[in-house]
Design a protein around this ligand. Sequence first.
Ligand SMILES: [Zn+2]
Length: 272
Amino acid sequence: MVGSAEAFLKYNKDNVMKHLLAIEAHLRELEEGYRPDHASCVIKHILQLEEQCEEGISHAAELGQDEVAKIFKRVRDEAESIRKALLEGRPPAEIIRIVRAVRRVAEKLDPSFELEKCTTCTVDLGKVKAGHEGSGDLRKMEEEYADKVLSYLSEKYGVRKPKLVLLDKCPGEPADFGLYVKDRKEIVLCRGGVDVHKLAHEFAHYLQDVRKADVDWEEGECEAESFALNVVRGREAGQGHGEVARDVPASVAAAVLVAGVLVNLALLLARK
Ligand SMILES: [Zn+2]
């Protein structure tokens, strides 16, 4: 029965990886402050993951593959820590990090599982530059840069990546405005004006939206600006308010607010 044990073992390995990927995908949809019943999809996959590990252990033992059996055991034991974190209501971004650590263990089951080596999942800026050299396609570079920043922030804060719209026609020059459109969950920026600061500022409005933060307009602006400055300066983004007051002189903060209002108004008028 060696032939069928081999086939079953392959099936178990594939399923372990599928459940780990599904768990991560579900966690991305989960918002902070979730209730345990919202996490039930993830729990289901964790249970199935454990079941596949149990089967994998016995099929590997049948084939005398002790090392493989050990890996299945480790994955099964570590799956418990994912479940525990979930039941404790840990933030999704934190649990995603645990899932990835478990996935790195599971990747040892099959060389084709080494997903870290996948170059199509992430934008390699070095390659982007080389690829566009001489082609003059700087528009594409700006788009890819924006996408990379948004991917990074979305992953860091455990949320789904917001849509990005780059406008060719802007309400004014220079092209330094940004807008978050709540009902379409879109970040709108102007071509030629994309930078980390603007992306992070609009991303903060997106976070306020998906986390249903109860902030008024002015508070929301202060918080978004503080978030953006912290991102650009490489500090951990603050959760509370009043960060702007500490980091930036009040006059500068006020100027930023006024500029934001004018630009938003201009854009709304332009869209009418
Ligand atoms: Zn804003």
